[in-house]
Design a protein around this ligand. Sequence first.
Ligand SMILES: *Cc1c(COP(=O)(O)O)cnc(C)c1O
Length: 364
Amino acid sequence: MKVKKQMLSLKAYEPGKSIDNVKKELGLTKIVNLASNENPFGCSKKIQEALQAISNYARYPDSRAEDLREKVANHLGVNENQLLFSSGLDEMIQMISRSLLFPETNVVMASLTFPQFRHHAVIEDAEIRDVPLKEGRHDLEGMQIAVDEQTSLVWICNPNNPTGTYVNETELRSFLEKIPNDTIVVLDEAYYEYVTAEDYPDTMKLISEYDNLLVLRTFSKGYGLAAFRIGYAIGHEELMRKLDIGRLPFNTSRFAQIAAQAALTDKEFVKESSERNFEGLQQFYAFCKEYKVPFYPSQGNFIYIEPDKKPEELFQYLIQRGYIVRPIKDGIRITVGTKEDNEGLIKLLKEFLVNGTSNIKLTS
Ligand SMILES: *Cc1c(COP(=O)(O)O)cnc(C)c1O
């Protein structure tokens, strides 16, 4: 078999444990999945209604997603030609990497950030310049120093997955001022709908000032449409035309396009999700402060905590009791759930921190 050699160093994506598997294996009746930053409140009721009108299954979807494009353009106050749609941001990250990265180029990103940035950079055989987070936050000064003439792309995950920290408008502007025009700076705003910080950057304004700025948003998180796989990028028309060349002809389904349009009409759902998320975060902050567990204040629908115990042991303890979280490096990332789910998890976290560990291991 003749495979790109750089792919041999990578592993295929490992999904979090499926609820059904964990139930079966552990004989549990209820599982709370707080591992994938999905919306715990589901999605707008308008989605199901809108989908019922779809019948022409034998026809391909609209390649350019014209109806959705018009609505998103209005929603954001941008030109329709400034948009590019994808099968979730996962595909967008692949599309951007495929077009902009090749062996003579390098890409600058934080280390500890969304893993797909690195994954696709490896496949394209570009040089990866990792800049460690500083106290859980992007080190923009370090990243700027890492940029040179060969830098094609800079990834800024804002807020950052998994730490939940953010880059503010002043920091971002001063960074953009120092970056060459032909280096594309991508801001992954997957959690935009959850952000409450007042000094969070107004990137729709910034893209009219910086032609090399690309902003990513998704319907998977705040809108609760992860199953449909739809997200989009906003940037300068010229850049969007280039990226569009690498897009698969029918990369977003009719179902996804219709669902996304319906989601945009229900602002109340998104607002409520975000408000309940904010309250959920307060539950976790209170616990962390009381038990002196290090954490980062989060602008997303998740919180990263670094308890003084092995993350893998904590993961095992929680999963055996029906709660799935995500161990990442020295900590665990917990998706903020419903009030009740958060209470249940916090109760177990307290138990674990007081009583120590459990030795039973899952077999798979
Ligand atoms: C969840 C997530 C994505 C991928 O979202 P999809 O639109 O569902 O593919 C991209 N970036 C970050 C930072 C995420 O957390």
